[in-house]
Design a binder for this molecule. Sequence first.
Ligand code: DC
Length: 228
Amino acid sequence: MKTLIIAIDGPVGSGKSTLARRVAELLGYVYVDTGAMYRALAFKALRNDLTLDGHDAELVALARATRIDLRAEDGTQRVFLDHDDVTTAIRTPEVSQAASKIAVNPGVRQVLVAEQRRAGEQGGVVMEGRDIGSVVFPDAQLKIFLTASPETRAERRWREHQQKGDHIDLQRTLEEIRERDRRDLQRSTSPLVRAADAVVVDSTAMEPEEVARLVVLLAKDKSSAQPG
Ligand code: DC
């Protein structure tokens, strides 16, 4: 099978990570979670007590001076920040909010988008985020825009935390999701938008495996339609 670039975008909790990971596994592709890059940088900014709002030049300097590596180990993706494993540390509600704040900074985005392009340009990659089909790889051969209702997304996020033993409030999770949606949709640089040529998949009433199989079918279709 030819090696495509598959872009998966969508709002928080729509199931992008589960989908992207599974599709990469089924196709033997590399999986890249770009949200983890924004999270890792936000984690470092919090640790350094930087101001997160606004177009702060300090944040851009931090992004330039930071090394973020995503590595597949034993079937899971591990995130390294300047060589330290921060895979678990970046999944807290505090880092989620901080990541969505630093993601409005155009200079920060420029640095991270350049790294994402380097990671995916060879193809054979499933990359998930908010702007992959619209900005990072506007020529990706397959673009999926994954959605689900806010209530379903909040419940999924809440369940994930429950499983980890973090007891968070469902109503509060829904409010946080709405707040992040607002920020992701309204920022002036690379807001969450559906690329005109993206396939919209609503996962509210679908099982994760069903969604993955659907995307693999679409990928095979695209791949056989490719010249060469
Ligand atoms: O997908 P996630 O929840 O791990 O992403 C964390 C934050 O990073 C999210 O609020 C928006 C931002 N983000 C972004 O702006 N662009 C991306 N390509 C990926 C994530």
